[in-house]
Design a protein around this ligand. Structure first.
Ligand SMILES: [Zn+2]
Length: 246
């Protein structure tokens, strides 16, 4: 690490839990984030700021005016541009040393098969259950840890799975594979501050997984409730009959 890097990351390096070793782990890590909307806009700049050396950002959506209430990397000049492309420009301006790849195609099993073998962690910031199941299946198959989150109205959820561990549940252990009716932010609304609270928690879990500090969060579900400022936590168990990991 050169002098400028030591200075840039010094506030993390000062933390005993991170130190120089942890910072170097971040520098050599590769993280794929799927979804560059609300959660992605909260989570991705934290991962980049922390110095994750290699980021792959995936989203096939373009920016709309209604995104700007919570997706703060975007400006009115970015409307109709690809979310993934604009986020790459936004981050590259702040740290040109990071390797950031934009993927503005709709996520498919083939794309996941292409990227996942090289990834240390996958972050699910998407907004529908079909894509969540697709990502989960690929993470189980390629044995890559998955940090999954969702946010709608005033409630958010965060879950961490790690297919490398025999007793870790997966997303399909909890939610059935059949098509679920998804609540959308466009129809139901979402509170801006909640999205940032959950996205920041997602980034924290990614950094903990890569560096290996703090309490392991694998197999836990945390529920965020903004209206009464509460969080609830559950320990999840693996379903031995799970069609994906069982
Ligand atoms: Zn499972």
């Amino acid at each position: 690490m050169n002098e400028a890097q030591l200075l840039r990351y010094s506030r993390h390096i000062f933390l005993n839990e991170i130190d120089l070793d942890g910072q170097e782990k971040l520098q050599h890590a590769k993280v794929m984030v799927i979804g560059c909307g609300g959660l992605g806009n909260a989570c991705i700049p934290i991962l980049a700021g922390a110095g994750i050396g290699d980021l792959i950002l995936c989203d096939h959506d373009v920016i709309e005016l209604s995104n700007l209430q919570r997706q703060f990397a975007f400006t009115p000049l970015d409307i109709h541009r690809s979310k993934a492309d604009v986020l790459v420009d936004y981050l590259q301006l702040r740290n040109s040393e990071l390797r950031i790849t934009s993927c503005s195609q709709k996520i498919t099993a083939q794309l996941l098969d292409q990227y996942l073998p090289e990834c240390d962690v996958v972050v699910d910031c998407t907004d529908n259950s079909a894509t969540r199941h697709l990502i989960n299946q690929a993470c189980v198959q390629h044995q890559v840890p998955l940090v999954s989150a969702s946010a709608i109205q005033f409630s958010g959820q965060l879950m961490v799975f790690d297919a490398r561990l025999a007793d870790s549940p997966c997303y399909a252990c909890l939610f059935p594979l059949m098509q679920q009716e998804d609540k959308s932010c466009s129809q139901n609304g979402v509170f801006s501050a909640l999205v940032h609270q959950v996205g920041a928690a997602q980034a924290a879990e990614v950094l903990k997984l890569i560096i290996g500090f703090g309490e392991p969060s694998v197999g836990k579900m945390v529920q965020f409730e903004t209206l009464n400022f509460a969080t609830h936590q559950w320990q999840l168990t693996k379903n031995p009959c799970c069609p994906v990991c069982g």
